[in-house]
Design a protein around this ligand. Structure first.
Ligand SMILES: [Ca+2]
Length: 140
């Protein structure tokens, strides 16, 4: 994760070439070279321009670090939603729902087991004593 953060910051600094913000061409190059696998339409200059305008919160035509981080956050969120959907879709009906329903029941069973286990421990000495008494009676 540390290397990922370093990469995120490093890509911005490299693309900005010492400036505080990414200009239109800087942003185009960054998106095309770094984000073509995670985003659609990165080859379309018009789409990337619209994306830049969407990120440009302070309307200066450039993408500063904060605006760039909004893009990173957006991509991370959409990736996480894709992964969550991919994990839930096959398992949802079979595993996920019953697991939630069975959790309280399993806890109850464990409590019952604990009670059952606790009782014999208390009863054992009495039973042993009774057996010993029987043996003693038999011996007499
Ligand atoms: Ca801006």
């Amino acid at each position: 994760m540390e290397s990922a953060i370093q990469t995120i910051v490093g890509v911005f600094l490299k693309s900005a070439k010492g400036k505080e913000s990414l200009g239109g061409n800087d942003f185009q190059k960054l998106v095309k070279s770094q984000l073509h696998n995670i985003m659609m339409d990165t080859d379309s200059s018009e789409a990337v321009k619209k994306m830049r305008q969407g990120l440009d919160a302070n309307q200066d035509g450039k993408v500063n670090f904060e605006e760039y981080m909004n893009l990173v956050g957006y991509l991370a969120t959409s990736l996480s939603e894709q992964c969550t959907a991919a994990v839930e879709t096959p398992a949802e009906s079979a595993a996920a729902a019953p697991e939630i329903e069975s959790t309280p029941a399993a806890a109850e069973v464990e409590e019952e087991k604990a009670e059952v286990e606790a009782q014999p421990e208390e009863a054992e000495p009495e039973a042993a004593t009774a057996v010993e008494k029987e043996k003693v009676e038999e011996a007499e």
